[in-house]
Every structure is written in C-alpha cells, then in structure tokens.
Design a protein. Structure first.
Length: 364
C-alpha cells in the first residue's frame, strides 16, 4: 500500500472568497502587506496547514486586524495539538489508556466522556450500524494502517464477540469523569472523533471572537459563520469515482459541518477484491453495501460524522428508510452505481447538483 507524507507548513494568502483584490493580506513571515486604500472595509486572512491525528488539517481564518487573525491561528494550532494529545490512536492518550486498562475504571477528560456518551446514543439510534466498540475488529483488519490481508474466520469471530456496547460505563464521580470497558474490549472513535473535534474547534474560535472561517479536518469540513458578504460557504461534495476536487454536488452552508464517508477513502485489495475501511460490527468484515458515499450536513459535527458511517453500513434500502423517519437530517446518499443519489427534503434547500450524469432525487 502507498501512503503519503505531509510536512507541516504555513502559508498566508488572500483567499478568493468575495474579498476585494485591494484587501490587505498577511505575508508568509507574519507581517502585513499594505494594499491600496479603498472605501471597502479591510479583512485579513490567514491559512494554516498542519498534520495531526494522522491527517492533513487546514484552516482558513479571517479577522478584522492582523493581530486578531494571528491570535486565531495560534489558538487553532494549540487546540489541534491538544486534541491530538487527547484522542489520537497513534500515541499514549487518555482514550488509549481506557483500552489499555480494559476492565478497570479510568478517569478521563470530560470531553472524552461526553463524546463517548454521544457515540453510544447514536449507536442505539442506528441499531449498531455505527458502533464505537468496534475496536477489536478495526484493530484486526488495520485497513489504512498497514493491514493488507484478510484475517482468518476464527480471528474475525473472536473480534466480533468483544463488540458489546452494553458493557461500557460512563459516569461522574465527584468532579471527575470516569469510564470503564470490559476486558478484551477496545473503544474506537475513528468514525466520530474528527467531527467532534471540528465542532469544538469552531466553538472555541467563535468564543475567541472569530466570526468566519473554514476548517478542513482531512475532508471533514466545518464552515464557521458565513462569507464576508453574508452569503453561505459553498462546499463541493466529492464524487467517489473522481480524483480530489471532482464534485457531483455543492452544499451551501453557514455554521455547519459537511462530512462525507465512502469506500474510496481507505482500502486494500487482495486477490482482485477491494476491502473498505468501513466495517460491519455484526459480521466483523468490511461493510457490504450498495452505497458509494454518504454526506451529512449538520450543526453538530460529531453527529454528522457518526451518521455518515452508519448510513453507509446500512446499505441503500435501510439508509433510505432511516432517512424517511428522520426528515430533519440534511443527508445526501449516492448509490454504488454512481448514477443516482437521493437527499432529504431538509438537504434540498442547501444542496445543488454539479454533475448532470448523476440523477439527484429528493425523498418524499
């Protein structure tokens, strides 16, 4: 398998987001390049790129002064590092400590406890199509993290036997947040953590005074506020068969996350068969689905992230039935044939087609 390596870098550019060409920009050295005087209000933009949580993270930050936008950039980078230290599967973190001490009560930061409670609730809501206790299965296959072979039937059955969210406890003890999973279990937040973190980053930046920006956590997009002219941000929705930047629809959003899951993201091939990273917790194997991608638009990034995985694992008929009972969701689902897609009535006000070869239908 081939993997890409990214270097952490800093660029500062004038973003083509409705700003005047005369607006000042921050230089790569952090200074201000003065632009010609105009009657239009100035706005400063700074773009950050960094590698954390095993993915490339980008931020486009806006502020009224150079000092403000630099402050937002510092806050963003500090908090991304904090969350990496809190939840990354690649280092010793409080979340990994829960797995290491399976069977024991473990004190955790309350943000982890909150995310776990939300994950368990969504697992119940989707009847296990999203499952935070799928860790033993994910660790067995290791798709995207060096796994290149199909495990034995015996190993898969053993992993599935440990997937049981009823054995997870989350509680408060005095002022402390506590968690406990059963021996042999492993909690995996890979299908909700980026959405949760993106939402928290947005909330923190707004608390610091930032009114607009766009955060990209490895394809999980968080639109903070709106563009300077009051229009929504326009986010392209990836076509599964196209290279990055090939969109089949566009979402217009304000203060929402746009999150997409699909089998094209991480996989390996063996004996001519492709195995996706999205696992079915009931079979312990990559989900057999006739869906190619799912996009959720929601103010709650964690919920959007988890529901993307759940709907993908459900397959076309079950996903469509689920969406009919949740008309409040902004959801867009593309069939495996990549010729048809459906979206909820709630999504129809935000999503427009960008590829006439894909028939886009609104669910009734």
């Amino acid at each position: 398998m081939k993997t890409k390596r990214f270097k952490t870098s800093l660029t500062a550019v004038l973003l083509a987001l409705g700003l005047s060409s005369a607006a000042p920009i921050l230089s790569a050295e952090g200074g201000v390049a003065e632009a010609p005087q105009t009657a239009e209000p100035r706005e400063y933009a700074l773009e950050r790129h960094t590698l954390h949580m095993g993915t490339l993270i980008n931020a486009k930050l806006f502020g009224a002064t150079p000092e403000a936008v630099k402050h937002y950039a510092i806050v963003f980078e500090d908090k991304v590092t904090d969350y990496d230290d809190l939840m990354s599967v690649h280092k010793d973190t409080p979340l990994n400590e829960v797995n290491r001490r399976a069977g024991e009560p473990v004190e955790v930061p309350c943000e982890i406890a909150d995310m776990t409670k939300q994950a368990l609730a969504i697992a119940d809501e989707t009847n296990g199509a999203f499952e935070p206790m799928i860790g033993p299965v994910v660790n067995l296959w290791k798709i995207g993290f060096g796994g290149e072979h199909v495990p034995s039937d015996e190993a898969i059955a053993e992993a599935v036997s440990k997937v049981d969210r009823s054995k997870v406890r989350v509680w408060r003890e005095g002022g402390r947040c506590m968690m406990q999973i059963a021996k042999g279990q492993s909690i995996d937040m890979g299908a909700i953590a980026k959405g949760f973190i993106g939402q928290r980053l947005s909330d923190i930046l707004k608390h610091e005074g930032m009114t607009r920006g766009v955060l990209d956590l490895g394809g999980n997009i968080v639109a903070v506020g709106e563009k300077s002219d009051g229009r929504p941000w326009r986010i392209g929705i990836q076509h599964p068969a196209e290279s990055r930047g090939g969109y089949f629809a566009v979402a217009s959003v304000k203060d929402e996350s746009v999150i997409t899951s699909g089998a094209y993201e991480r996989y390996f091939e063996e004996n001519g068969k492709r195995y996706s990273h999205i696992q079915d917790p009931k079979t312990g194997r990559p989900a057999k689905t006739d869906i190619s991608s799912v996009t959720i638009i929601d103010r709650d990034g964690a919920r959007a992230d988890a529901l993307c995985t759940a709907l993908f694992a459900m397959g076309w008929d079950r996903a469509e039935a689920f969406l009919r009972t949740h008309p409040e969701l902004k959801a867009l689902v593309m069939h495996a044939d990549m010729k048809q897609a459906v979206m909820t009535p709630a999504a129809a006000s935000s999503v427009t087609s960008a590829d006439p070869s894909v028939k886009l239908t609104v669910l009734k």
